[in-house]
Design a binder for this molecule. Structure first.
Ligand code: F0G
Length: 355
């Protein structure tokens, strides 16, 4: 007779010893973290790499990496007595915040840029019962408002300016070191508000410090060309890109991203929407990985490096931050559907297939 796996899963269970938890921190979980790391079967060579691995953060419970940090931020909010949380979001943070708030019986307020959030993410925020405020402005405006509102009202801010978010998100770096047996040579990651690149760099630094890794990866961050303040060095007042998740003009963790870049000997570069969409299509068609456009930005960047002969080989990990299902409109617009109508008969289907 087999034993049932009774041990709870989740970031607060698996990574308790590297997180700022106390005995009073509620051990909440939606089973986040412990995401697959899968090897590339098609794009490795074209990227000029010896090994390319994809970290499938799309496999988290709300379909993006945000759950890793949100579970810590919400647990700490509950511990501190909060009854409500708030975030500004391009969609994924709000989906995650809404889910953990529902789980913990908290009120959740989300501020989103009107008309610029992918349909699946809106569906999530609605389904989990959050109160949605569509602001007449972009993400940066929404975050400014959320900061001020949470300073004035008894509501916890759960954007990545909340240090518990970064703490939770760093656990992905620990997982990569654990799975590969060391840190990779290169970490490729899409950059928007820059919390995630900051969190990975912190995680890899801690892994090296305690002997979980012997090296630090070069951090390669990729922004969309229409929203690339960290590349130009100045905020972008009206950011624009098909990758709405990273449509951000003034990242809150600006210093963290520049620190990760410079301390690791890496870079933060831009990829065009065309390059993003090409990588988006290639990931689905040749790797079997359906991600949202923002996630494809880091693979677009690796392809750009590989094709330009700029890659030094070695082992890279690309962070696939969000699930393709979140943005059905872009999928329908970008993939060429292979659909033929048919009667529901064998003869009809044979005719449709040309058999
Ligand atoms: N990829 C996806 C799918 C995202 O949703 C985000 C950020 C990023 C990458 C960039 O991560 O901001 O830490 O540099 N989404 C935020 C949100 C802004 O509101 O969901 P970052």
């Amino acid at each position: 007779m087999s034993t049932l796996p009774l041990a709870p899963r989740g970031v607060l269970y698996h990574w308790a010893e590297v997180l700022p938890l106390t005995e009073q921190t509620p051990r909440i979980t939606l089973g986040e973290g412990d995401t697959p790391l899968v090897r590339s079967v098609a794009l490795e060579r074209e990227c000029g790499l010896d090994e390319l691995w994809f970290k499938l953060e799309s496999c988290n419970p709300t379909g993006s990496f945000k759950d890793r940090g949100m579970v810590v931020a919400v647990a700490k909010a509950v511990e501190s007595g909060a009854r409500a949380i708030m975030c500004a979001s391009t969609g994924n943070t709000s989906a995650s915040a809404a889910a953990y708030a529902a789980r913990c019986g908290l009120d959740c307020y989300v501020l989103v840029p009107g008309g610029k959030v992918a349909a699946g993410k809106m569906a999530q925020a609605i389904a989990y019962g959050s109160r949605i405020i569509e602001v007449d402005g972009n993400f940066d405006d929404a975050l400014n408002a959320a900061r001020e509102l949470t300073a004035r009202h008894p509501v916890a801010l759960v954007n990545s300016v909340n240090p518990y978010r970064i703490q939770g998100q760093k656990t992905a770096a620990y997982e990569i070191c654990e799975t590969l047996g060391d840190a990779p040579d290169v970490l490729a990651i899409p950059v928007g508000n820059a919390g995630n690149i900051t969190a990975y760099w912190k995680g890899f630094g801690e892994c090296a410090e305690v002997g979980r890794a012997t090296l630090h990866p070069r951090m390669l961050g990729f922004q969309a060309a229409g929203a690339a303040p960290l590349v130009s060095g100045v905020p972008v007042p009206e950011p624009n890109t098909v990758a709405t998740a990273i449509r951000i003009g003034n990242p809150a963790s600006w210093g963290g991203a520049i620190g990760a870049r410079d301390e690791s000997g890496g870079s933060i570069e831009a990829v065009t929407d065309e390059e993003i969409l090409e990588a988006y299509r290639l990931l689905a068609a040749r790797e079997g990985l359906f991600v949202e456009p923002a996630s494809a930005a880091c693979v677009a960047g690796l392809l750009q490096h590989g094709r330009a002969g700029r890659t030094r080989g070695g082992r890279a990990v690309a962070i696939l931050t969000g699930n393709g299902l979140k943005d059905p409109d872009t999928a329908i617009a970008e993939y060429v559907p292979n659909i033929t109508k048919s009667s529901a008969t064998v003869a009809g289907v044979e005719r449709a297939l040309g058999w």
